[in-house]
Design a protein around this ligand. Sequence first.
Ligand code: 15L
Length: 269
Amino acid sequence: MRVLVTGAAGSLGRVVTVGLAERGHDVVGLDLVPAPDGTPFAWHEADCADADAVEAVFAALSTGGRLDAVVHLAGLPEEASLPDELTSHVITTAALLDAMVAHRVPRLVYASSNHAVGRTPRADGELTEHALPRPDTYYGVAKVAAEALMRLFADRHGIDAVACRIGSFLEEPASVRGLSTWLSHGDGVRMVEAALTAPAPGFAVLYGISANTRAWWDLEPGRRLGYEPQDDAEDFADRVEPSPDDEVEAELVGGPFATEQFHRPALGG
Ligand code: 15L
């Protein structure tokens, strides 16, 4: 497949672009920054929040053959102000979806986050794809809104749009919470490829974690799309140090993002 990957220079993007290219996909990177030296695939520099710049990238790509999908990984990875979060996640997604409609690109795979449902109590049991929006931060609010936009474009324009609610994408789990929420690099690539290639998913949500023994989130929505995780954070359990934060981080799905340190005004703060 010919795939445009936004945020290609980011922590997720670096792994996913290389992984997809190794699996034979024709990858095009898009980022605010230039391609790292030696990047073996095409690359465009643009801000995804700038609709004109995004349209110009799609117009340039249309001369090189059909684009099959967009993998949208660009965006702030942590909590910031509400306006910045909305720009980073909602405006960018809107610019990409508009360009996809204009250029008939049929599929979007989006790096959503567990923080879209981060205020859900762990005591509620395993989280399924039917969990109602329950963000823990403005970051989470923006992820919820971006998912809503994807659903609107799926309904209006028939775009296949898969929201991957990613847990903790790291080389190794880094905390006790991470033993439940870890997504390995290899499984991250498997997840994106499954979301790209699943037959006609329409709008779909999956939880982006590995096959963790201590998982809090349902892997079935991913499996239905062909995502078969192969790693388990438990293999690293004896290297993870307990922390005084573990207890509070275990109360709500979003862990540290759901704690009081992020309580601040929505505007002007
Ligand atoms: C995310 O969505 C964030 O981008 C990352 O910074 C971590 O907080 C991760 O979730 C997590 O929940 O561990």
